[in-house]
Write a protein that binds this ligand. Structure first.
Ligand code: GDP
Ligand code: GDP
Length: 436
């Protein structure tokens, strides 16, 4: 669960995004199959042999209002802060430049492993180009070619060899991990403080894989919880911490490590475009989700206000129709503690496992009520269904001809599953396969 993070740094045009796309581009997994493409191309999960990791393209963090050298410096600092292993990318066709040396100087300061790669070594005859790069002081340079996909295996072997030992986090089955995401000023850090109010004992603040991601563990009514990346929410100061791309990166990392994600909205201001983007990340990640409308104290209310806000949320976040909505005030602490119960229920639904016999009864019953679609005389036949994964629940439905499964019928089956089993706050996925 706690995957290491790898960041690619280097001056512009050395090929960072090309390499990034090479490494993450060819991933196909059963979940991603249905979840659609990743929206944010500066951060993605990736895998190499038995290793799963997250990859950041720091070049995508655009710090455009800063001078050239300053941008490079900030990107390198972000890499140091966010990554467990850093790939320092250079361009073999141009030899070592001042900007490369600038990056090297910043990377000298970190104790994190740095693997040096020389890009644009497009064929074996060009391997001599790498020798200059020894002068950067990061040991053996790895020749790669982003455009031709060469050398990446050796590079990623070296990267994987530097991964930290998996932390204790891996075994904490009884802890519910959640994060709060939302645009600046919606009240995330105030909510964390309200959740952690003096009457609750804070068990410990534990550092995650990256030195800087501080999670807060505590117990409420016998249940252990962990708020992911409390430090990231609380501190604001460095130049880049206010940039949207950086906060998105931070949010994506927090979402990754969570079971349940609280999308915090500002009741005073209503829903903004940025809220929708942020909600999209939570949805794509397949996590448990709820909406928390904060600052409810600050608005004038009558008996229709809450319904109107409910309608707004449903209209703006169509695909999160399963996410419950809570109205709270971090300031007055109104209803803040009720969030715990909801988080717990969502986390249970997210991990729910349905027995095959029960599942198939529900499917049969659904088909009896609303016959499966047919096309040109051929009718879809559903043989049986089985749950293949939890967190989120994924169901595979075996049929005669998958092409006959319509989106609308799939939706109907999903709704029947929801009506029968609850699943409040969790996405569920349905995959249609031909019975072999
Ligand atoms: P970034 O600014 O570091 O993200 O660099 P890009 O990935 O945008 O690449 C900059 C340019 O270098 C583009 O025109 C790429 O097509 C080119 N490029 C990237 N990798 C290679 C490579 O392995 N060989 C060659 N010849 N060109 C490459
Ligand atoms: P963050 O950027 O999302 O972490 O937001 P903060 O927690 O820093 O809050 C931003 C501002 O909103 C601060 O001035 C808070 O005092 C204020 N704020 C936070 N929660 C509430 C609330 O429930 N009611 C009111 N009236 N103000 C709030």
């Amino acid at each position: 669960m706690n995957k290491p993070t790898v960041a690619i740094v280097g001056r512009p045009n050395v090929g960072k995004s090309t390499i990034f796309n090479r490494i993450v581009g060819e991933r196909i997994s059963i979940v991603e199959d249905v979840a659609g493409v990743t929206r944010d191309r500066i951060y993605s999960s990736a895998d190499w042999l038995a290793h799963d990791f997250n990859l950041i393209d720091t070049g995508g963090i655009d710090i455009s209002d800063e001078p050239f050298m300053e941008q490079i410096r900030l990107q390198a600092e972000i890499a140091i802060e966010e990554a467990d292993v850093i790939i320092f990318l250079t361009n073999g066709r141009e030899s070592v430049t001042d900007a490369d040396e600038q990056v090297a100087k910043i990377l000298y300061k970190t104790k994190k492993p740095v693997v040096l790669a020389v890009n644009k070594v497009d064929n074996p005859d060009m391997r001599d180009m790498i020798y200059d790069f020894y002068s950067l002081g990061f040991g053996d340079p790895y020749p790669v070619s982003g455009s031709h996909g060469l050398g990446l295996g050796d590079l990623l072997d070296a990267v994987a060899a530097s991964f930290p030992e998996p932390g204790e986090e891996l075994v904490e089955d009884d802890v519910i991990r959640f994060s709060l995401i939302g645009r600046p000023n919606v009240g995330k850090s105030s909510l964390v403080n309200a959740l952690l109010g003096e009457d609750r004992v804070i068990v410990s603040e534990v550092a995650g894989t990256t030195t800087d991601a501080v999670d807060t563990s505590y117990e409420f009514e016998g249940q252990k919880y962990k708020i992911i990346d409390t430090a990231g929410m609380r501190k604001k100061g460095k130049v880049y911490e206010n940039m949207e791309k950086y906060s998105v990166l931070r949010a994506l990392k927090a979402i990754d490590r969570s079971d349940v994600v609280l999308i915090v909205l500002n009741g005073e201001e209503g829903i903004r475009e940025q809220d929708k983007r942020i909600a999209g990340y939570a949805e794509d990640a397949g996590k448990g989700v709820m909406f928390v409308v904060n600052k409810w104290d600050a608005i004038e209310k009558d008996d229709k206000t809450m319904n109107k806000f409910n309608d707004d949320i449903r209209k703006n976040f169509l695909f999160l129709d399963y996410a419950p909505i809570a109205y709270v005030s971090a300031k007055t602490k109104q209803r803040v503690t009720t969030l715990f119960d909801q988080i717990k229920i969502i986390s249970e639904n997210h991990a729910m496992r349905i027995q095959s016999s029960v599942l198939n009864e529900v499917i049969e019953d659904a088909v009896a009520r609303n016959p499966a679609p047919s096309d040109k005389g051929r009718r879809l036949r559903i043989y049986y269904a089985t749950q293949v994964a939890v967190k989120p629940p994924v169901f595979v439905v075996f049929v005669n001809e998958p092409e006959l499964m319509h989106f609308s019928y799939e939706r109907f089956l999903q709704n029947r599953l929801r009506e029968s089993f609850g699943f409040e706050g969790t996405p569920i996925r349905l995959i249609t396969r031909a019975r072999s």
